[in-house]
Design a binder for this molecule. Sequence first.
Ligand code: PGA
Length: 248
Amino acid sequence: MARKRIIAGNWKMNMTPSQAAELCATLKDLVVNDNVDVVYCVPAIDIVPVAQAVKDTNVQVGAQNLYIEDKGAYTGEISAPMLVDAGVKYVIIGHSERREYFGETDEFLNKKVKKAFEAGLTPILCCGESLELRERNAYIDWIRLQIRADLDGITADQVKKRVIAYEPIWAIGTGKTATADQAQEVCKIIRDTIAEMYDDATAQEVRIQYGGSMNAGNAAELLSKPDIDGGLIGGASLKPDFGQIVNA
Ligand code: PGA
């Protein structure tokens, strides 16, 4: 089964609303490719102007977070229905920066994944190991545990629709990309884990991205691997290089 590629930019905490609109204009003609789903995961305050700027283009809008309740007294949070109403289609869940700096646990992230599905959003669930785990050769068990915990109670139909991003923490923002073989190894392990939890047909439909210092120079090789269906791109998503990655 041919899985459609998905290239998502993770803008992180970059771009004011006016800068965001300018970046959309800069990238507009560079990211055109009907064979690829292109997503900009932007800061909450940029969602509305970016949704406006990418209207009638092939780009879809993603968020970087959501809260597990629909509304109420949760100062500073943003809910799934708010995202949906603003035109958001995807939401990053469980980025290592959220896990590390904001203490988000697998149990909490599992609730976020469920909430995203309930609202009709496609979660881009992130997983990945630290350098220490890789050096101890414990990364495979770690990834399996993360996937199992984050998918707990999710149906096969939901799993098929989701996107999973493998992002080794040691490669994020460091310029130190995993080799294509290292990335392929873990992306295959993720797919095998889903096959064990569900079945092979389900596993074959899940789209798995690699993320971590992906750029215009290394994207083509990473994307040539059989289990890598796309990329989650941080730094390079804020530059015209993003267009080269989409078309790699
Ligand atoms: P990077 O970030 O491309 O800047 O390494 C990727 C990410 O954290 O999603």
